[in-house]
Design a protein around this ligand. Structure first.
Ligand code: PMP
Length: 398
């Protein structure tokens, strides 16, 4: 079947939850994808920051193949060695002592919300349940994470929302201080807002948040679902800001494209989850954790982090050069390979033209082009994308 036939069938049978671009990818390798008509694309979206090692990285593929032929699923037992090794790898490279595994970013944030409430209630009293999150944040599509999310368009039609979330402007210390009540138990933030438009906070913001949390006995939760796993040139994005959280969530890129989520915490906090308090049938299954172990090892052992920093600077420089050329580009911002280009108008048409010309771009928050290619992207691939983007921008008469 060709792409048009697949799209017609999808329109008939698949619920239309996403605004999908008309692309039917059937094969991927590194930064390249091929559609059902055999057309090749340069991928600067990577499944929204998922395929950090590129499509079908040989080590991830080998881990999945080997594990699939050995044991795929088993719940309620010790999943050795994959889940345990993954927990050790993540804890030994972060502030955390313990890991909980689930299947998505939303689920990881659900776990963080539940853990923060249980820990705080047990320690400080029944009324400690409120969580402060940021305006324009995105934390997922389940009811608790929709309630935590700071975007009305995500919440519309789904009320009543879960009680106990307060939203404050991102990067605003006085607003955060003012939102604290005797009921507050935690502050949950993305180190760089992804769906909010690639928003990088000012230097010192997270240190101030950490201090406020310490003064008021609040837990500091980082949602690293989009920016973790090397995307910014450090394994976890919060490392750029010189602070450590009490809880961190990861998903997307953790298992090289296979579905996974995890919530990590310091021991003192983690013990609030005792047997019977939380869980998920497929969480930490051997198949996905084998892929994640291969992914984390590859990121750590193959110089991916340093490379990301270097190639990210190169991409940022090239995009800044375009900003010098086109006055309707308002800003270029980001760290590593998490980069946003603000435009003076909605960016949807640019993405459509990119698709026609064989490059996958992405728009977030209407007016921001988001560049999140696989971390293995080469300078040549960046150059090719820039030529195509330059051509598209040159046709715009705002
Ligand atoms: N948190 C952040 C910061 C995200 O960007 C996303 C997904 N865009 C999520 C949570 C939700 O992850 P998932 O789609 O895997 O549930």
């Amino acid at each position: 079947m060709n792409s048009a036939e697949w799209i017609a069938k999808a329109d008939k049978y698949v619920m239309k939850t996403y605004g999908r671009y008309p692309l039917v990818p059937v094969r991927g390798e590194g930064c390249r994808l091929w559609d059902a008509d055999g057309k090749e694309y340069l991928d600067f979206l990577a499944g929204v920051a998922v395929n950090n090692l590129g499509h079908c990285h040989p080590k991830v593929v080998a881990a999945l193949q080997q594990q699939a032929a050995t044991l795929i699923h088993c719940s309620n037992y010790y999943n050795i060695p994959q889940q345990i090794e993954l927990a050790e790898l993540l804890c030994s490279h972060s502030f955390a002592d313990k890991a909980f595994f689930c299947n998505s970013g939303a689920e990881a944030n659900e776990a963080a919300i539940k853990l923060a409430r249980k820990y705080s209630r047990e320690k400080y009293g029944e009324n400690r349940y409120e969580i402060i999150t940021a305006a324009e944040s995105f934390h997922g599509r389940t009811m608790a994470t929709v309630s935590a999310t700071g975007q009305e368009k995500v919440q519309k039609f789904f009320d009543p929302l879960l009680h106990g979330f307060r939203h404050v402007p991102f990067d605003d210390v006085p607003a955060l201080k003012a939102a604290i009540s005797p009921n507050t138990c935690a502050v949950m933030l993305e180190p760089i807002q992804g769906e909010g438009g690639v928003n990088v906070p000012s230097p010192g913001y997270f240190q101030a948040v950490r201090q406020i949390c310490d003064e008021h006995n609040l837990l500091f939760i980082f949602d690293e679902v989009q920016v973790g796993m090397g995307r910014t040139g450090k394994l976890f994005a919060h490392e750029h800001f010189g602070v450590t959280p009490d809880i961190m969530t990861l998903a997307k890129a953790l298992a090289g494209g296979a579905p996974i989520g995890t919530m990590l915490a310091r021991d003192e906090v983690a013990v609030a989850f005792s047997p019977g308090t939380h869980g998920s049938t497929f969480g930490g299954n051997p198949l996905v954790t084998a892929a994640a172990v291969a992914t984390v090892r590859t990121i750590l052992e193959e110089g991916i982090l340093n490379r990301t920093e270097e190639i990210g600077d190169y991409l940022l420089g090239e995009l800044e050069a375009l900003k010098g050329k086109y006055p309707f580009i308002t800003e270029v911002r980001g760290i590593g390979l998490m980069i946003g280009m603000g435009l003076a108008f909605p960016a949807g048409d640019i993405v459509k033209k990119g698709l026609e010309r064989g490059v996958l771009l992405n728009v977030t928050h209407d007016t921001v082009l988001r560049f999140v290619p696989p971390l293995v992207v080469t300078k040549q691939e960046i150059d090719r994308m820039i030529v195509i983007l330059d051509g598209i921008l040159a046709e715009i008469t705002p």
